[in-house]
Structure formats: C-alpha cells, structure tokens
Design a protein around this ligand. Sequence first.
Ligand code: FEO
Ligand code: CA
Ligand code: CA
Ligand code: CA
Length: 580
Amino acid sequence: PPEPTGRRPTLGFTPVPTSDADRLTLPEGYQAQVIIPWGTPIRPGGPAWRKDAANSAAEQAQQVGMNHDGMHFFPLGKGAERNRRGLLVLNHEYIDQQLLFPDGDAEMTREKVAKATAAHGVSIVELVHTDRHGWQVADSPRARRVTADTLVTFSGPVGPRHPALRAADPPRGTINNCSHGVTPWGTYLACEENFNAYFGTEHPGWEPTDLQARYGIDREGFGYRWHEADPRFDIAVNPHEANRFGWVVEIDPMDPDAVPVKRTALGRIKHEGCVTTEARGRIVAYTGDDQDGDYLYKFVGDGSWRAHRARGRSPLDHGTLYVARFEDDGTGRWLPLTHGTGPLTRDAGWADQADVLLRTREAADALGATPMDRPEWIAVNPGNQDVYCSLTNGSGRGGAANPRTPNPYGHIIRWRERDGDNTATTFTWDIFLLAGDPAYEERTDLTEDTRFGSPDGLWFDPDGRLWILTDVSNSSQNLPEKGYDRIGNNQMLAADPHTGEIRRFLTGPRGCEITGVITTPDQRTMFVNVQHPGEATPAWGEPTPENPRAVSNWPDFDPEGRPRSATIAIRRTDGGVIGA
Ligand code: FEO
Ligand code: CA
Ligand code: CA
Ligand code: CA
C-alpha cells in the first residue's frame, strides 16, 4: 500500500447517477483527458495509429497495446516534479480480434497472431504534465513494450531449465496481464490471468492432462484460433508452452534492458493481481485466482527483503506460499503449500516444491482451501493493514465467506491478520459489503444511490479512500433479465472504510469495463483505464468488421474509426485532491 498521509478519507464530491450513455461522466468540478489510447506510439515520432486497424505487427510492437488494465505511476525527478513526470506502466489484458484486424478474424494468419501477441503484455510510457497541454507522452530511453513475444526468464523453484518448461523456442512473453502489483524496491508485477484462452488444437487424438484440465486448457481456448496459424499455441504440438504461463512477472521499469522474470515461488494460477505489503521487514504478497470456486493466496518472504536484496537475491524467490481457508465463524487460516508438509508429500505424488508450484491449484485443492466467488483485486488499507478483496460474482460454494448462492452481484470481503501482522497464519474476516441493486436483491448493502455490481478493481489511495471499479460482464450489462438494467454502464465508486459511506464517482461509455487506477504522489491527477469500450454487448448489438462501432465509438467518435481502450487522466478544475 502507499505511505499513509494521516488525512481522513473524506468523500467531498457530488455523486453521479448511473448512466447507460456512450460517454464518460464525472462529478461537477472534475475533468478528464483521454491519453494513450490503443495504438498510440510509445515514443513521439513512432508509427502512427491507423484507424482502419491496418498497422502491422511490427508497428503494434512500438505502440500502446489493447485493453488497458492494471497500472502504476512511477514518478521521475525530484520534489514537485514527481507529480508532473513519471513512467506510466500498464497491462494489456487481451485483444478484440474484430477491432484489431481490418477484416476481423474469420481467417487466421501468422501475421495476425504476431499482431495479436504484440498487442498484449505491458506498456511503459513516460508522461509529462504541463498546464498548457495536460498529460503527454514524452520521448524516453525507458519507454518500451513487453509483449507476448519478449524474451523472459524464470526464477525460484521452477527454474529456467526445469523440464516442464522445455519447448521448441526459448521462453517468450507474458499474456493476459490483468491486475498488477508494485514492490517496495520499485519494480512492477504483471500478473498472468486467463492464459488458457490462447491455446487450442485440431489434433484429433488430443485429450487434456489432469493438470491442463485444472487450468481450463481445451481444444478451443477462448476462440482466438492462433493455433491454426502458429504451432507455438497448439497444445498438442507444443504442450509445455502453457506451463510457461500463469505466473507473476517482475519487470523493472527503470531499466529498459532488464529481462522480465517469472517469479515461480508465487505460484501458478490465474493470477488476477499481486499486491504487496511489508511486515516485520518481510515482503508479503496477496494474489487471487480469478475463477469461480478458486482460491486466495498469500506469499510471505523468508527474512528481511532488504537483506535478500543486499545479497543480490530476489525477496520473491525465497518464502512460503499459503492458500486461505475461511471458517464460517469469522476466523481463517493460511495453509502452507510447502512440499513435504500435510498432504503434499512424495508418497502422495508430489515430486518436489517445483511440482507443487506447477500444480498450485491441485495442491490447494488437496489442502482444503475455501472456494471463493472469483477473487479479483486485493487492496491493503494503508492506515491499519486490513486486507480487502473483491469477489466479483460466482456460484457461492464457499460457505459464509461467500454467502449468496448464486452470487450474480459479488461482494467485498476483508480480513485482519492476527495482531495486524500480515505475516501471520491466522486471521479474522467479515463482509465489507454485498453488492447489488436493491430493486432486485434484498441482500445488498447498497441503496438507490450507490447500487453497483461485479466489483473488480480495488485500490486504497494514500488517504485511505477505497476506490471500487466494476466489471459487469458484457453478457449482463444493462440487461433487465440479469438484474443489471438499473446499474447502467460500468463505473467507479469511492468508499470510506471507517463509515461505510459510498459515492459513485464515474461512469464509463457503453460496453466498457472500468479498471486500473493510480494517482500522482500529490493525488491531484488520477489515472483510470477504460477497457474494451464497444465490445460485443447484447444490450447494444454486435460489432462486425463492417461496423466495429455498433456498441460504442468512444473516445474518438470518428465515423471511420473504431472504439479504443484508453487511459483517462482526471483532475479537479480547482486543482484539489481527487475524491476529497
Ligand atoms: Fe481479468 Fe479477473 O479480471
Ligand atoms: Ca479484473
Ligand atoms: Ca473481472
Ligand atoms: Ca477485463
């Protein structure tokens, strides 16, 4: 979490109503500047965006990727300059092939796969703020793209030479980077979520192994069909390639030559994000596995992280990974995923710690972890070290911690580690809020003024305001039969964790999700991501290659263009602290 300011997390803005309009709404006295939409060159003078999507794969690799997600601002310079200059580092979760290619994806080619992989990963851009131009991309030696094709390496128990990682080519890339984390030593953690989406095969005899099946790998993936053009993604031809994904990837934004490192001690799951804090000099990292009925994890470093760093070792390579068990009485335990302990023995078929980590989900199954309603972002309150996690929606199989069966609106759970020590192995928990629309759902803590569903992004600002960002799926957005018509487009709210007061701060354009939030150190600029505006949404229609603007044409509203994910830089007209 950020350094606390000691200020009260007041909510001083006039809330906005729900909206189903194809535009962004903000409170009175706030304004937004759209920056770095998909296709923006990461350096001024780089290849320009082409609104017919005709940019090549090589051009895309020098441009901001698609579907902006988790994000952090690394300030540059000294003093007040740090509020006007910095590296914005952001994930690009996935791609929309209808928007990415001029002719859609009815035909799949090697060049299309190359462009699609180049639109994934992470962007690092240097931004500068001036009163005259607002926020702009500056030329920078640190600007770079990490894509699904960038050379990477592995560290921790599953090392680079582990047989399970052996494949035709050296390990490359990171993919489906959803949320993120930052370390106390100034690196960025990009987290690999739905990596199974990209694999498939037409091989008639192929059947998934138990390990592949537990991560959802099948013949189709999410229908991208890359395997038809590139054997790298053919799970029958190249089965180990998938073992290279599902990890937390550490990237040093300050060193453009630093090779991204997959930190295997943090486990292999569909990592939503990876949020760190410190306790007793140790690094603690929380990470959720975003799948209905999957689990919440915590990594606790061995010994002082500073001592590891001083010896040239990564604090993320040495420690214990735990999975959470929530009891119905409001207590909970962290169960160690340590080879040789509990059920994770050689006799029970677990070869070593690397085997436990490659099969993290199955190891957590064996330990009796609590199945959760899709763990998304996690945030640590900088004032008291309480931990909050959004459970976006799910089937509600996990006892009192997942109290609605089913749970279409989601909830936010919170826990306090024993004695406020985040390295502890026991905790107490409660439900911070049950989301929903009171017109459809009695069991909600929300009102006519605050209704929302499917919380996803969560972030504490340094004052202790809890920002909540929503991701109602496009198959439910705006639909009465899903109980989501009065909730409108996806939105962002702020909560005071002490009083429980909630105010709606922002609503997005049609078809989008609101995700990714960070401020400058002075909290006077807030960056927020608008992901997948215009994505196919039954309430608004189906985009086609002929009409990619069917749902939304945000932010350009160019009749010949197409919708684009973008970052918005929000400021107050009076220059004040965002939210206060
Ligand atoms: Fe990519 Fe779990 O949201
Ligand atoms: Ca998410
Ligand atoms: Ca989500
Ligand atoms: Ca998303």
